[in-house]
Design a protein around this ligand. Sequence first.
Ligand SMILES: [Cu+2]
Length: 151
Amino acid sequence: MKLPSKRLAAAALGLALLSGPALAGDTPRPDNAQLYIIWPKDGRAIPGGKLWLRLGLKNFGVAPAGIERANTGHHHVIINAPLPAFDEEIPNDRNHLHFGGGQTEARIQLPPGRHTLQLLMGDHNHVPHDPPLFSERITVIVPPLVSQSKN
Ligand SMILES: [Cu+2]
């Protein structure tokens, strides 16, 4: 009776390992790294909807996508979406912008309305680090257009 129960335990352990949630990618990062939005501030009105998002980073570096270097990554701006899965490539679409050139500012155009903005660092493969490094989520408001006088 001993052997089968051992096998069962081993099988159960294997199953737990396989089904356990993978919460992050494989690239480590320092615990004291910080990612934050310098500008705009939470709740800010953005007339016209055009903004330069200033990306703040401490105790961590920026490297272009595809460059594997310790303690670096590249910026992603998540617009009007929750944080994506941390164990796979960050999606690349209207709601998930990649700044794979190593940019530390992001030019963004938003339509009238309320929008959420959040930053998420990705490694050379666009996968979040372990643990994932992301900013707080802020909300900005683009006032409705009142005139089309500007071209
Ligand atoms: Cu990316």
